[in-house]
Design a protein around this ligand. Structure first.
Ligand SMILES: [Zn+2]
Length: 330
């Protein structure tokens, strides 16, 4: 993902206006989420299990498109989700980026596929083919392991899939692991978001009411702030998720505005699928003052930065949100 420009937000605002036929403010007035959530009595994320889902992905090495790690991980993730979801399948596609054609696939797993009312949970499963932000010039052409940038969001969704295999909320849930998110060169948005671009115009299942994207969700000192593109897309949804986090005393969800970011949610929003992004946005661009947290798009994106507590916390916030919040207002 990349930092956005005002242009992206403007384009998003225009597309949302066209799709919804009314302004965001009108929507917000129609749907106030004053209802207090019920107590969550369901299953919780196992910190050990969710951490292991990252280790299992990293065992395949870098997972950038056209690598062996990529094809092996694709099979692995499909096999895992097939054992947990009601349906799971690949959505293959190819894209040519900087003169090279890559065979890729989004991985789509559905719970209660017969239900018309659906929620999309998504994360990108590919990893970056080059560590272009690395301090060591020799490493900048090498692919990254992507413990946080890629594997963390996937791990949380894998463990949510495990829990959804045992208990289901009222709405149908689709977990979509997106491919080809991180193929772009710095500053060139054309190369990024191949999976969401393909999905948005070739949506193979019932479209959801809304989507929640997870990216960079595993850092031991993660900070999830309100992300402006998400707020603009669906502020009621952002508020509702952060309210659940507050109720759970999550130390990771910060109740203040953060920077905006270009990520898969921008593409989905441009195509009328209102999607918010839960992202540790200060990692992007390595702007965090803490040197330990300056590992984005470098060879340092490894297990050392990851905490099972962060992963479990965000997973539990999502589960409590899905199971206790009335979904009618979204
Ligand atoms: Zn990235």
């Amino acid at each position: 993902m990349k930092n956005t420009t005002a242009y992206t937000i403007l384009a998003l605002a225009i597309s949302l206006f066209l799709v919804n036929g009314c302004t965001k403010d009108q929507k917000d007035q129609e749907h106030s989420s004053s209802e207090s959530p019920k107590e969550y009595e369901g299953l919780l994320i196992s910190p050990d299990s969710v951490l292991k889902h990252i280790e299992d992905q990293l065992a395949f090495g870098p997972r950038n498109p056209s690598s062996i790690g990529h094809s092996e991980t694709m099979k692995y993730l499909l096999a895992y989700l097939s054992t947990k979801a009601d349906t799971a399948f690949l959505q293959p596609f190819s894209a040519t980026v900087y003169g090279k054609t890559h065979e890729m696939a989004n991985i789509i797993a559905s719970f209660s596929p017969e239900k018309k009312d659906r929620v999309l949970l998504c994360a990108h499963w590919d990893t970056r083919p080059f560590a272009d932000e690395d301090k060591d010039e020799l490493l900048r052409s090498k692919p990254i392991l992507g413990a946080n940038d890629g594997a963390s969001g996937v791990a949380v969704l894998m463990e949510i899939a495990n829990i959804l295999s045992k208990q289901k909320p009222e709405l149908g849930i689709d977990i979509i692991l997106l491919d080809g998110e991180d193929l772009g060169l710095s500053g060139d948005l054309e190369g990024f978001f191949q999976g969401s671009k393909y999905l948005a115009v070739n949506y193979p299942i019932q479209k959801p009411r809304y989507g929640i994207l997870l990216d960079l969700v595993g850092d031991s000192q993660a900070e999830f702030r309100y992300e402006p593109v998400s707020k603009q897309a669906h502020s009621v949804l952002v508020d509702a998720v952060w309210t659940i986090a507050k109720k759970r005393n999550s130390p990771y969800f910060i109740h203040e505005n953060g920077n905006s970011v270009s990520d898969d949610h921008v593409i989905l929003n441009q195509h009328g699928i209102r999607t918010i992004n839960i992202i540790d946005v200060n990692l992007v661009g390595n702007i965090d003052p803490n040197p330990r947290r300056q590992y984005w798009h470098t060879s340092g994106d490894t297990m050392v930065n990851i905490s099972s507590q962060t992963l479990a916390d965000i997973g539990n916030v999502l589960l409590e949100f899905l199971f206790t919040t009335s979904q009618d207002v979204f």
